[in-house]
Design a protein around this ligand. Structure first.
Ligand code: CP
Length: 334
């Protein structure tokens, strides 16, 4: 049984097949290939795009989606193995996964990391526990990676640029008032390197370089795909010649769980905002972001409203690619 936990488990050819299927679904959005099938969408964190696109996508394929928010409209869940459950959680992931597997054909989970201990969170233990106990395919709706966002990004770039191989992709850190999840940045690094892009990771200082497991995997991807991965702390040289600028804010991993200390690093870096002056240095680059985005904090109004901003295309593509993922996992993709 195949899950969609991370694109690391899928070959570039398999991901290409998903993207091709997504293009077909964009042209013909509705069919009944998943009639009578269902997905449980389990959200431990808020969402606009992910929830809407999965619910609507399943409906467009003839199936139904059931949204559950543990701790709000469903019982709180314990994910750790072997614990004495005398805290807040009323049931264990073993039963949650087992029950949802009896009712539904797919389970999606959003579970952001805990922001306490990165050595624990970097193992992606929550979705791994779900996949261990589920007897149906599991889809990652964002944990420490965001593979559905990766597919949407890649489809957007291919639609606009044709081949992406050899094109300069700048993944830029941006300022935000608090340290955020690294998931989308990890994912952008993985997918751009897997598809042969020349990736520059731009961040204020070494503390903002992404986890070594993703840096290493991106370097391996680049070796296999003919791309490259470099780290830069110099804004001007990073933007020069860029064909894609992708923005995201994230927290410094060496100070994970210590937001006050992290603030001392972060507060001086508001100038990493994506603005028209920086975009003018590029080679007529596209700009995108996964959304949500704080305007005039991460990117200016001028950038967000420019013709080169493809963030809404990327958000729309979430719908098409996730339908392709659901159909493929249920053997209805061919
Ligand atoms: N990009 C994304 O996953 O958006 P939501 O958090 O609104 O789902």
């Amino acid at each position: 049984m195949q899950h969609f936990l991370t694109t690391s488990d899928w070959t570039a050819e398999q991901l290409d097949a998903l993207l091709e299927l997504a293009r077909g679904l964009e042209r013909r959005p509705c069919n009944d290939r998943l009639a009578g099938r269902s997905i449980a969408l389990v959200f431990l964190n808020p969402s606009l795009r992910t929830r809407t696109s999965f619910e609507l996508g399943m409906q467009q394929l003839g199936g139904i989606a059931i949204v559950l928010q543990p701790g709000k409209d469903a019982w709180g869940v314990e994910f750790r193995p072997g614990v004495v459950m005398d805290g807040e959680a009323e049931e264990h992931i073993a039963e949650v996964a087992g029950v949802l597997s009896r009712y539904c054909d797919l389970i999606g989970l959003r579970a952001f990391p805990g922001f306490q201990d990165w050595s624990h969170d970097r193992q992606d233990p929550v979705i791994r526990a779900l996949a261990q106990h589920a007897s149906v395919p599991v889809i990652n709706m964002e944990t420490i990676v965001h593979p559905c966002q990766e597919l949407a990004l890649m489809k957007t770039l291919q639609d606009r640029l044709g081949t992406v191989r050899g094109r300069k992709f700048v993944l830029t850190w941006t300022w935000h008032p608090r340290p955020l999840n690294t998931a989308v940045a990890n994912s952008a690094l993985l997918i751009a390197s897997k598809f042969g892009m020349d990736v520059t990771l731009l961040c204020p200082e070494p503390a903002y370089v992404l986890d070594e497991q993703f840096m290493r995997e991106a370097a391996d991807n680049a070796r296999a795909s003919g791309g490259s991965v470099t780290v830069s702390h110099d804004i001007e040289s990073a933007y020069r010649g860029a064909e894609v600028v992708y923005a995201k804010s994230w927290g410094a991993l060496p100070l994970y769980g210590r937001p006050q200390e992290e603030w001392a690093l972060r507060e001086h870096n508001r100038h990493f905002i994506v603005d028209e002056q920086k975009m003018a240095l590029t080679d007529a680059a596209l700009f995108s972001h996964c959304l949500p985005l704080r305007r005039n904090v991460k990117a200016t109004d001028g950038v967000m409203d420019a013709d080169y901003c493809v963030a809404l295309d990327e958000a729309e593509n979430r719908l098409h690619v996730q339908k392709a993922v659901m159909m493929t996992l249920l053997g209805a993709g061919a």
